[in-house]
Design a protein around this ligand. Structure first.
Ligand code: ADP
Ligand code: ADP
Length: 228
């Protein structure tokens, strides 16, 4: 469902962030992306939701060839992918409920259906009782759970996370990982860039290591493989 063939990315300043990436990720896989800072992990992640366009190569996401994707097709692609960031990126003036309902973008859904979908997803992440809170009234872990709820409320086949536990303490990080495992158990593909050695070495999944813009390791149930 995700295919990258000889992908290169050179930014406008001349930095080559990806240097010939070849990879295939099947529907339902859970993949960690690891590697040193500056290796190209974020660029690799951003390719998938078209935040970054490859300079060269073939890219297929959710069985759609992005090579000739038109600008007007980008929103449709993004609605099929849930994206989760290290810093949550919630709208600070909206309640938890509104942050998620906003992401639904279902003009043709009845208010009753929107309400059901938002409350169902809040139940999944364990925040049903905080629907009326605003983000600043929540802990970091709760805010990340809201951002996960927002990412999955459209039932995307693919969820991408760039260091989702980077701002969270270890206990909270494990709670967030439980939510990711639950989503993955429902058949959703998860691609997660992380610097957490503890998580990667404990919850064993496929590990793709990137260094200097190249995949240097790709292991089924792999290790983190770096000292920190
Ligand atoms: P990582 O996520 O592994 O830290 P990145 O993909 O963010 O790596 O960065 C890979 C390389 O590309 C780095 O050298 C970084 O400085 C460079 N880079 C990232 N984003 C940009 C950008 N928007 N413009 C120019 N260079 C960039
Ligand atoms: P409905 O379409 O009526 O919500 P589903 O069976 O699709 O019914 O969903 C039931 C529950 O499972 C809901 O809480 C929904 O948010 C959750 N769910 C369904 N698919 C996914 C998915 N891919 N990722 C995460 N949660 C999902």
């Amino acid at each position: 469902m995700i295919l990258m063939k000889d992908i290169y990315k050179t930014y406008d300043n001349g930095v080559t962030a990806l240097n010939g990436i070849n990879v295939e990720i099947d529907q339902g896989e859970f993949v960690y992306v690891v590697g040193p800072s500056g290796a190209g992990k974020s660029t690799f992640i951003k390719l998938m939701y078209r935040e970054v366009k490859p300079s060269k190569g073939k890219l297929i996401i959710n069985n759609k060839d992005l090579t000739d994707l038109k600008e007007k097709e980008v929103p449709l692609l993004r609605r099929q992918i849930g994206v989760i960031f290290q810093d949550f990126k919630l709208l600070s003036r909206l309640t938890v409920y509104e942050n998620i309902a906003f992401a639904l973008e279902v003009i043709n859904e009845s208010p009753r259906n929107i309400r059901k979908r938002v409350m169902d997803v809040l139940e999944l992440v364990g925040l049903k009782n905080k629907a009326r809170f605003i983000p600043s009234e929540l802990s970091g872990g709760e805010q990340q759970r809201v951002s996960i709820a927002r990412a999955i409320v459209n039932h995307p086949k693919l969820v991408i996370a760039d260091e989702p536990t980077g701002n969270l303490d270890p206990d909270t990080s494990w709670e967030i990982m439980k939510v990711f495992e639950e989503i993955n158990a429902r058949g959703t593909t998860i691609v997660m860039a992380t610097h957490s050695k503890e998580i990667v070495n404990t919850i064993k999944r496929r590990v793709i290591a990137i260094e200097d813009g190249r995949i240097v390791r790709d292991q089924h149930r792999g290790d983190y493989g770096y000292e920190i």
